[in-house]
Design a protein around this ligand. Structure first.
Ligand code: EPU
Length: 421
């Protein structure tokens, strides 16, 4: 991040209903998994439809530090990890994104040794690594803390049947990575079923892995001797698409996200329909229009295919405009509510109890200086700003840049009065 990026602010003059159509970008989280997967082969891996966000560039730098070459040209990223020169991730390169820990599985599987400090990422709660580490151990690795790093070692991993205490998304991906080159069959019970996990397994299969059951709670990986290169296209970002659809609904507009996969957005589309928005799924994508004010709803943020925790904060911002009392229960993280103080500063009426939020609407929001405290809290204040009267100034937009490429340009294309300075 340059000093200019750090000082950047987003300025929104709210009150305009968003109308129009934008194209879905590639999945930010999913693309991070594919970048890490490229460490599993000596051949080049070419990724298409990669979103141009800060987290991808950070992950690229991390792979370079391990000896890979990474070329980012627009939405195409080419990675070649012919030789891995390091087996420990440099501490300064794992600070910003949690996905950094995904270098562990590939390094362990391919080189027999991997080290990484607990990674950074959003401050959205306690984010342990026990699922990853228990998985590596179950596959026969010796796992220990050495100074700042978690270190795993095994001359050759051995397939096993293992149970994940929690269907951790990155934990599932890391264990799948490790199991691809293990001897024998691994069965992961209580695996994460998120579309991005399934996509990562699809790419590994295109590289010669033998994975089945991905996209469900039980995933089986038959180990192979080596993986080869491939070309692969990243799926559309359901969280980004969901954010723009929510912005459309919140402003009483009509927004289409072309290329968005409705089958990845069931949780959101069901709740928006329940709130009275008109949801249209067509071959081109998904449109959400709010002709009447939204009705209040109750939402539970849970693992996929439930309502996504990453859409909790944007949904809360939209529900400030609903007529009546809505409730969101957060069931994934224990600190997802950083957005609450910022929306309150704008005039939202929010009450919290534990990780639940009661939202009294409709609230007349007023433009005011606020901060983007994590990626999705950032999206929530953007939606708040779009609904507010007057000028909203958002600081700490580096968080937004981590997850949303060209947010200002895309919202402008939908008619928003928004600038970056
Ligand atoms: N958990 C454990 N043990 C572990 C790992 C996680 O108990 O070893 C618990 C956590 O404490 C948390 C829950 O599992 O309560 C969910 O964490 P999970 O591991 O599933 O999340 P993650 O894999 O670290 C990814 C996304 C997040 C997204 C979650 C849930 C990336 C880089 N991050 O994180 O995305 O919220 O899955 O869907 O893919 C974002 O994009 O804004 C973001 C935070």
């Amino acid at each position: 991040m340059t000093a200019t990026d750090r000082d950047a602010q987003i300025i929104i003059r709210g009150g305009t209903p968003l109308r129009g159509s934008i194209a879905a970008a590639g999945s930010k989280n999913g693309a991070l998994y594919l970048v890490a997967a490229a460490l599993l082969t000596a051949d080049p891996v070419v990724l298409r439809n990669v979103p141009q966000v800060a987290d991808i560039r950070e992950m690229g730098r991390l792979l370079e530090a391990l000896g890979a070459t990474v070329a980012i040209e627009g939405a195409t990223v080419t990675i070649e990890a012919a030789q891995l020169t390091e087996t420990f991730a440099p501490a300064d390169l794992v600070a910003s994104t949690r996905a950094s820990f995904l270098v562990m599985g590939p390094l362990l599987a391919r080189v027999g040794e991997a080290g990484c400090a607990p990674p950074g990422g959003d401050a959205i709660g306690v984010r342990p690594l026990d699922v990853h580490l228990a998985g590596f151990k179950a596959l026969g690795a010796a796992v220990a803390r050495e100074g700042a790093n978690w270190v795993a070692r095994a001359p050759r991993l051995k397939g096993a049947r293992l149970f994940l205490d929690y269907p951790s998304v990155l934990g599932t991906v890391n264990v799948i990575f490790a199991a691809t080159l293990a001897e024998g069959v691994t069965t992961i019970v209580n695996a994460a079923a998120e579309p991005e996990v399934a996509m990562a397994a699809d790419m590994l299969n295109a590289m010669g892995a033998r994975i089945s059951g991905h996209g469900t709670g039980i995933v089986t990986v038959e180990g192979v001797a080596a993986l080869h290169g491939c070309e692969f296209e990243v799926i559309p970002d359901r969280i980004e698409a969901g954010t723009y659809l929510l912005a459309g609904a919140a402003t009483r507009g009509s927004v289409e996200v072309t290329g968005a996969r409705a089958d990845h957005l069931d949780g959101l589309l069901a709740k928006l329909t329940e709130a009275g928005a008109r949801v249209e799924v067509s071959e081109s994508g998904v449109r959400v229009a709010a002709i009447e004010p939204l009705a209040p709803i109750q939402v539970q943020a849970v693992p996929y295919p439930g309502f996504a925790t990453d859409l909790h904060a944007p949904m809360a911002a939209a529900l400030t405009q609903a007529t009546g009392v809505s409730i969101i229960h957060e069931r994934v993280y224990d600190n997802r509510l950083l957005y609450v103080g910022e929306l309150r500063a704008m005039g939202a009426r929010l009450t919290t109890g534990g990780q639940s939020v009661i939202i009294e609407g409709p609230a007349r929001l007023n433009g005011t200086p606020v901060r983007a405290l994590d990626i999705r809290a950032g999206a929530a204040v953007v939606i708040g700003g779009l609904c507010a009267e007057g000028v909203t100034t958002i600081r700490d937009v580096g968080h937004i840049d981590r997850g949303y490429s060209q947010l200002v340009e895309r919202l402008r294309a939908l008619g928003a009065d928004i600038d970056r300075r």
